[in-house]
Design a protein around this ligand. Structure first.
Ligand SMILES: *[C@@H]1O[C@H](CO)[C@@H](O)[C@H](O)[C@H]1NC(C)=O
Ligand SMILES: *[C@@H]1O[C@H](CO)[C@@H](O)[C@H](O)[C@H]1NC(C)=O
Length: 179
């Protein structure tokens, strides 16, 4: 019953043309290739997009863009949290201010934005879409302060790349909910 109410509210909150588009997608249901449809828009990151998504069981199982986006955001939140813990641990051994800022400022933005995107997904997919995009700014800002301080740490570089990529993917996936 609650689900039906939410679906009704969601449909009425969309413009007519979007509504038709959305119902069409629901009727189609089991989209054969959500990963392919999403990653083709990741341009130069298409191969890494496909690779990371194929490795996430809930993403592979998803049959519609809502479940697909939710699984991507849950994975991103988990990875971002693990990344922040890794940075905090590193910051206890290396008090370079760039690393301390990555751990305590920039990764708060990464984790906080994925967390709020997940929270908004059902009620306000447009805000979720925006938050998914903003999450990547934290990773970019972390990389910028490291570069400015001439700190080269391959593990942090890989983490920042992964979180930027997940932010892009979560943005592309949630685009299908808000337009
Ligand atoms: C894809 O990921 C690999 C590491 O997993 C990285 O070396 C490569 O640069 C990435 N591709 C792009 C286009 O960034
Ligand atoms: C942290 O920085 C201070 C100087 O600001 C330095 O004296 C100290 O050795 C550093 N500690 C570690 C663990 O790097």
């Amino acid at each position: 019953m609650l689900t039906i109410c939410l679906i009704v509210i969601f449909h009425f909150s969309l413009p007519a043309n979007a509504r038709v588009h959305h119902s069409h997608r629901e009727l189609v249901g089991n989209d054969p290739d959500l990963i392919g449809q999403t990653c083709k828009n990741a341009e130069k990151n298409e191969a890494n997009c496909t690779k990371i998504l194929r490795g996430i069981p809930d993403v592979v199982r998803a049959k519609n863009y809502f479940d697909f986006s939710k699984a991507i955001l849950e994975f991103s939140l988990k990875e971002g949290t693990a990344g922040q813990n890794f940075l905090k641990e590193l910051a206890t051994k290396n008090n370079a201010s760039a690393i301390v800022d990555c751990a305590n400022v920039h990764y708060n933005e990464v984790v906080g934005s994925f967390w709020s995107a997940l929270g908004e997904l059902k009620e306000d997919p447009e805000t979720a879409n925006y938050d998914a995009k903003v999450a990547g700014d934290g990773a970019v800002n972390c990389q910028d302060v490291l570069n400015a301080a001439h700190i080269v740490n391959p593990d942090i570089n890989a983490l920042n790349y992964k979180m930027s990529l997940l932010s892009l993917i979560a943005f592309l996936a949630t685009n299908n909910l808000s337009s």
